[in-house]
Design a protein around this ligand. Structure first.
Ligand SMILES: Nc1ncnc2c1ncn2[C@@H]1O[C@H](COP(=O)(O)OP(=O)(O)O)[C@@H](O)[C@H]1O
Ligand SMILES: [Mg+2]
Length: 414
């Protein structure tokens, strides 16, 4: 089949040799029942590839389902994939069919397969080799005919060496490997993709379609795109919506590329610049600044609290008015109300309470890493809710799945 026709049909943009090769393999293998392992960084188009393979296969009229193995808790993934019998575990109030049953005749896309627990890997290997599976809590062997397409953004071979992925399963899945290249390895596709996305978004948002000057095009092509096509699409959307000029210059563009927003430069960016007239990028800078201001205040409050604990008499001393000695930041109702300030954010300043009773002060050296803070909060929330993920997630304002993902990401043992 003609590769260009496939691209048109599925909206695939790009003409780099590595992308064309990956597509060609996908097309060739689509109509077989072979297991496919798609490799590539996040956002390169692995899921799109799995959909193409299904749509070009004899199974196209049967169901397709994408399952993210990294987002399903270890305790429920077997039951989601293979089903369970009533009463087989707490919470199993009914019999439940698994995806290998409901998708019979179709295709299952197992995303982030490297995250699949070892026990589930054993079940998967069996179903791949014999078409047989058993519901959790049952002893009845059932048959299914499902084509498996798996994807990973990790080095699965390395996972096997670490004992985290079954070697036999790895070779079974890897019958046909497809490598979808990272965007930075097919730079020639970047302008094509950007043009397509910006045209689509300007139609969607009814804004004039944007053009890049040479410098902007250069910056775009040389940007590392760690989030690959997904990230490029997001940036194209932001620019399409927020750019005030039809012609985007290199300078304009840089404001949209997160790479250029280094944390220690944020206060500078938050200062008014002639060309940042209340647009999205500067709003974001302001939000960052607000965030760091708040963080600094929390640090200061903690320090005060600590000091009071050390010396309770201060709390009863009428002369002690923290507000007199410390002007805590006040947070305006809208971000744009913030007056530009001298850049002081990021330096943790020692607190000197001007009450002569206290002369000791120590530097509160705090990590400014958002990841560290996040981890700390998660641990706190879990502790507060005695390990109940559901309540902890609610408290944190994230979904249980996100919490689960983050537990793995930060390697938090419960
Ligand atoms: N070559 C491409 N042309 C156009 N859009 C693409 C291309 N590759 C990926 N996309 C888009 O990028 C986004 C991310 O793709 P996805 O398949 O979800 O990536 P992955 O599964 O590798 O994380 C989707 O919106 C997809 O439609
Ligand atoms: Mg994906």
């Amino acid at each position: 089949m003609d590769i260009q026709a496939i691209k048109n049909r599925f909206g695939i943009i790009g003409n780099s040799p590595a992308l064309n090769y990956a597509l060609q393999v996908a097309v060739q293998v689509a109509n077989t029942d072979l297991t496919v392992l798609i490799n590539g960084e996040s956002g390169v188009g692995k899921e799109v590839f799995s959909q193409i393979i299904h749509a070009l296969s004899a199974r196209k009229h049967n169901p397709f389902i994408a399952v993210n193995c990294g987002a399903i808790p270890e305790g429920t993934i077997d039951s989601e994939l293979f089903g369970h019998e009533k009463g087989s575990f707490t919470g199993a109030v009914d019999n439940r069919k698994g995806y290998f049953e409901t998708v019979n005749g179709g295709t299952i896309f197992l995303d982030e397969i490297g995250e699949m627990p070892l026990g589930t890997q054993a079940r998967l290997l069996r179903v791949l080799e014999t078409g047989e599976y058993i519901r959790v809590g049952s002893s009845k062997v059932q048959k299914t005919d499902v084509r498996v397409i798996a994807a990973t953004n990790r080095d699965l071979l390395e996972r096997t060496q670490q004992g985290k992925f079954r070697e036999d399963l790895y070779y079974r899945l890897n019958t046909v490997p497809i490598r979808v290249p990272a965007l930075r390895d097919r730079k020639e596709d970047i302008p094509l993709l950007f043009r397509k996305f910006s045209v689509d978004f300007s139609e969607k948002y009814k804004t004039p379609s944007i053009q890049l000057d040479d410098e902007a095009r250069n910056a775009l092509v040389n940007y590392p795109w760690r989030g690959n096509v997904r990230e490029l699409k997001n940036i194209a959307e932001q620019i399409s919506v927020l750019s005030t000029d039809k012609l985007v210059t290199g300078h304009d563009l840089k404001r949209f590329l997160p790479e250029h927003l280094e944390v220690n430069r944020l206060p500078m960016l938050a200062a008014p610049q002639p060309h940042t007239g209340g647009d999205f990028a500067s709003e974001r800078d302001i939000l960052y600044k607000l965030f760091f201001d708040m963080k600094k205040d929390v640090t200061e409050l903690k320090k005060m609290f600590f000091d009071i604990l050390q010396n309770p008499s201060i709390a009863h001393n009428h002369d002690f008015h923290p507000a007199d000695t410390h002007v805590l930041h006040s947070y305006p109702a809208t971000a744009t109300d913030i007056a530009p300030q001298a850049p002081t954010i990021g330096n943790t300043q020692p607190i000197i309470i001007q009450d002569n009773k206290i002369d000791h002060h120590e530097e509160v050296e705090e990590t400014l890493s958002i990841a560290d803070k996040e981890k700390e909060l998660i641990v706190k929330a879990l502790k507060k809710h005695k390990g109940k993920r559901k309540d902890a997630a609610l408290d944190l304002g994230i979904s249980e799945r996100t919490l689960y993902r983050k537990l793995k990401e930060y390697n938090i043992a419960e």
